[in-house]
Design a protein around this ligand. Structure first.
Ligand SMILES: Nc1ncnc2c1ncn2[C@@H]1O[C@H](COP(=O)(O)OP(=O)(O)OP(=O)(O)O)[C@@H](O)[C@H]1O
Ligand SMILES: [Mg+2]
Length: 322
C-alpha cells in the first residue's frame, strides 16, 4: 500500500527540499522502494535540483494539472493525462563502457517526480478565489488528495513524498491532508522552531478532519533536526530545548551539516550520493519514518527512551568535566 508523507515548515531555508530529495533517494536506493516525489513548491527547487528545467515549456508541471482541477476545467483526474506529468530524473556520471573506456552517461536517481513551476502560486490564489465564492468560505483541502488517489489507484508506488513551500497556505494544507504523516524539518535556529508551533496546530486540524473521514492520519510524525553540528554547543542546547519544550516528538537521528549539501546542488547530484555520513543519516531517518508510520506510539516511546539516555549521558559527562 502506498504511504504518503510531506515535509513542511513555514520557515524558509530549513532544508525541507534537501531532506525530501535525499529521503526519496534513500527509500529508492537503500530500501529498493518505488518512490514518487511531488514538488508542491512554486520555487521548483526539488525539480531543479534533479535537473528538470521547469522553464522549458515542454515540461509538464503540477500547476497545469491542479490548476485545471481547481478551475473545474476537469472534474476528476485521468491517469492517461496524469502520467504525462511524471518524470524519471537523471544525473550525469562517468562509467566504463563495454570496451573498458570511460564515458559520460545519464543515470536515474531512482525515483520519479512530478515537477513544479512558478504558476503554482497562481493556483494557490485560485484556490482562495474559489473558497471566497463558496458559502462556507473554506479552502478545499482535498485537491491534491484527489490527485494522489488517482495515482494510488493506477501506480504501485511504495512512497509518495511531497515537498512544500515555506508558508502555511492552501498548498501546504493540501499536502498535509493528502499525507499519512507530516515531517517537520528544522535547522537549529530559534526562528525555525517558532514556525513549528503554528504548523503543529494546522497539522492537528488536518488530522482531525481526516479522522472524521475515517482516515488513519498520523499528524506530525516528528521534527527532523537538519543542518546539525554536534561540535556546536548551541546546536546541542537547542536540541535539548526542542525536546523539552515542544509537544512534538523529535527524530532520534539528525541530518548533519556539511558543505557537500551545497556542492551536490551545484553538481546536479544529491547530498547522500556524495557524502557517506549524509547517506547514513538519511538511511537511519528512513528507518525511523517507517517505524513511526507503522507504530507511532511505539516509535514515540522508543524515541523518548533514547532521548532520556542521551540526556543522562550528557549530564554525566558535564558533571565529570566540572
Ligand atoms: N545538511 C545540510 N548541510 C549543509 N547545508 C544544507 C544541508 N541541508 C540543506 N542545506 C543547504 O541549505 C540551503 C537550504 O536548503 P533547502 O533548499 O533544502 O531548504 P528549504 O527549507 O527547502 O528552503 P525553502 O524554504 O526556500 O523551500 C540550501 O543551500 C541547501 O544546500
Ligand atoms: Mg524548499
Amino acid at each position: 500500500m502506498t504511504k504518503v508523507i510531506c515535509l513542511g515548515n513555514q520557515k524558509g531555508g530549513c532544508a525541507k527540499t534537501s531532506d525530501c530529495l535525499n529521503i526519496a533517494y534513500s527509500f529508492a536506493n537503500t530500501k529498493g522502494y518505488k518512490v514518487l516525489l511531488i514538488d508542491l513548491d512554486s520555487q521548483g527547487s526539488a525539480s531543479l535540483n534533479v535537473g528538470i528545467n521547469v522553464a522549458d515549456e515542454n515540461i509538464n508541471t503540477i500547476d497545469e494539472l491542479l490548476g485545471a482541477y481547481v478551475k473545474k476545467e476537469i472534474t476528476s483526474f485521468d491517469w492517461e493525462d496524469v502520467q504525462n506529468f511524471i518524470y524519471t530524473p537523471t544525473y550525469l556520471t562517468r562509467k566504463r563502457n563495454g570496451n573498458n573506456k570511460w564515458e559520460t552517461v545519464q543515470e536515474p536517481f531512482g525515483f520519479d517526480i512530478i515537477p513544479s513551476a512558478l504558476p503554482l502560486s497562481l493556483v494557490e490564489l485560485q484556490m482562495a478565489l474559489v473558497a471566497s465564492q463558496n458559502t462556507n468560505g473554506k479552502i478545499n483541502l482535498y485537491y491534491l488528495d484527489d490527485l494522489i488517489q488517482c495515482i494510488k489507484e493506477n501506480a504501485d508506488y511504495d512512497y509518495i513524498i511531497i515537498d512544500t513551500p515555506p508558508a502555511l497556505g492552501s498548498l501546504s494544507m493540501n499536502a498535509m491532508m493528502a499525507s499519512d504523516g507530516v515531517i517537520v524539518p528544522s535547522n537549529l535556529d530559534i526562528m525555525s522552531f517558532r514556525g513549528i508551533q503554528s504548523f503543529k496546530e494546522s497539522a492537528d486540524y488536518v488530522q482531525s478532519l481526516a479522522k472524521q473521514r475515517g482516515r488513519d492520519h498520523r499528524g506530525i510524525l516528528g521534527i527532523l533536526l537538519s543542518l546539525y553540528s554536534e561540535r556546536r554547543s548551541v546546536d546541542k542546547a537547542l536540541e535539548e530545548y526542542v525536546h523539552e519544550f515542544y509537544p512534538t516528538p523529535t527524530f532520534q537521528h539528525q541530518i548533519r551539516e556539511s558543505s557537500d549539501a551545497k556542492r551536490a546542488n551545484a553538481e546536479g547530484v544529491l547530498f547522500a550520493q556524495i557524502n557517506k555520513k549524509a547517506k547514513e543519516d538519511f538511511d537511519l531517518v528512513c528507518d525511523e519514518i517507517e517505524f513511526a508510520l507503522n507504530d507511532k506510539e511505539g516509535w514515540e516511546k522508543k524515541t523518548e527512551e533514547v532521548w532520556q539516555e542521551i540526556k543522562k549521558s550528557r549530564e554525566e559527562s558535564k558533571g565529570a568535566n566540572a
